[in-house]
Design a protein around this ligand. Structure first.
Ligand SMILES: [Zn+2]
Length: 398
């Protein structure tokens, strides 16, 4: 790939297999591609997943080969190709020959991309051809740059601050020039208007990658909610699987339905997730990511959304619902030997009967969990419930 241009059919076959891998398809091609490959190949900060288009990548690699031949004309490959194909013209202006090798045709293909980002840095002007366009920002991107310290005119790559060609910047230029990567007008209300800064906050959040991918799908209308499945013709009706009252959109499922509201209310993090019915999930997400006070709170909220999604899937696919949040839990800091205890008592209808927390000194996590259990049982004993089931995540204590 670094030295030869692959046939278009081969490049597309590679892209097809990559897409199949991303969408969990099998060898028979039975996969549902939730987003177009051109969207997936966009930068992560512009609503994509940052995948690489094979054809654009090969073009950028061949442009690097042409750049090296331009920069190092005395190298062996440069001298051989120059002797064979550049007897009349230089590398940048030579025309394709009928009997040229496949390798040389690839170099010329990469050279054409390279030419779109080359500019002249002028010293004495002797190497610059008279035919060069001297007007800055002209279509062929030849411009007039001077440098007092430069002895000879030289060309530089205009899309890197260093002036040196890189495959990364070359690939992005190749993508801009390719029709399949140009922004298409979209009627979607989701990811198309999310600012790059919000995407950056999501992808740099301190949460596992699967949670980021889930939120990318939620924001890109690529999450299999009943609303999306109905729109695609996979489901006759898209009412919420929890309440059955409204269409199960991603906004309703994660924010507005009674069940996620209950989960958020029981959450010790105290998030205000009010979305409003007129607000799309993408709008709410942008607002929340801008307003979240600190990174930790932002990351915790992403975890909570992921848990709500998992809880919904357990309900849809017939698995037992996730248990309610642990009724009691202890935490221990080994550096300060301070422990914390929290408890919440729920009725069978999951209404909150009593909740509270306290902190105390302890010597180990087990002691913290045991004391938490003791405090909770003391409160239960004082309130006198007819029947009590205590949930805790400490297996050693149980
Ligand atoms: Zn609902």
């Amino acid at each position: 790939m670094e030295a030869f241009k692959l046939p278009v059919s081969t490049s597309r076959a590679i892209d097809k297999n990559l897409a199949r891998f991303i969408w969990n398809g099998d060898r028979d091609g039975r996969e549902l591609h939730w987003k177009a490959w051109s969207t997936v190949c966009k930068s992560r900060f512009h609503g994509g997943l940052g995948m690489r288009c094979t054809e654009g990548m090969i073009e950028a690699l061949l442009a690097r080969l042409a750049w090296r031949m331009l920069r190092h004309p005395d190298a062996l490959l440069s001298r051989i190709d120059a002797a064979k194909y550049c007897r009349q013209d230089d590398l940048l202006s030579v025309q394709p020959e009928k009997n040229a090798t496949w390798g040389w045709l690839g170099v010329q293909w990469g050279r054409d991309l390279l030419k779109k980002g080359l500019k002249w840095q002028v010293a004495n002007g002797q190497r610059i051809p008279f035919s060069a366009n001297w007007i800055p920002n002209s279509p062929d991107l030849l411009a007039f740059y001077t440098s007092p310290s430069l002895l000879w005119d030289r060309q530089f790559w205009a899309f890197e601050a260093s002036g040196e060609y890189t495959v990364r910047s070359g690939y992005h230029q190749a993508c801009k020039l390719r029709s399949c990567y140009q922004a298409k007008p979209s009627t979607s209300t989701s990811s198309c208007h999310i600012p790059s800064l919000i995407w950056k906050k999501l992808w740099t959040a301190d949460v596992p990658e699967r949670i980021k991918l889930f939120l990318w799908r939620a924001l890109s209308e690529a999450c299999p909610t009943l609303q999306v499945l109905t729109r695609r013709g996979f489901s006759p009706a898209g009412l919420c699987v929890r309440c059955g009252l409204k269409e199960e959109s991603i906004s309703h499922m994660l924010l507005d339905c009674d069940h996620p509201r209950l989960i958020r209310r029981l959450s010790p993090m105290g998030f205000d997730f009010t979305s409003g019915t007129a607000c799309s999930f993408a709008d709410w997400f942008v607002h929340w990511m801008e307003q979240a006070p600190i990174d930790d709170v932002r990351s915790q909220s992403l975890f909570l959304l992921w848990e709500i999604w998992k809880d919904r899937n357990c309900h849809v696919f017939g698995e037992a619902d996730l248990p309610p949040p642990h009724e009691i839990d202890g935490a221990f800091s080994s550096s300060s030997c301070i422990a914390g205890a929290g408890w919440v008592f729920l009725s069978p209808g999951r209404d909150v009967i009593h909740l509270g927390s306290c902190s105390f000194l302890a010597n180990s996590p087990l002691q913290a969990e045991a004391y938490t259990c003791f405090v909770a049982l003391s409160i239960v004993d004082s309130i006198v419930y007819p029947e009590v089931v205590i949930h805790t995540d400490c297996l050693v204590l149980v």
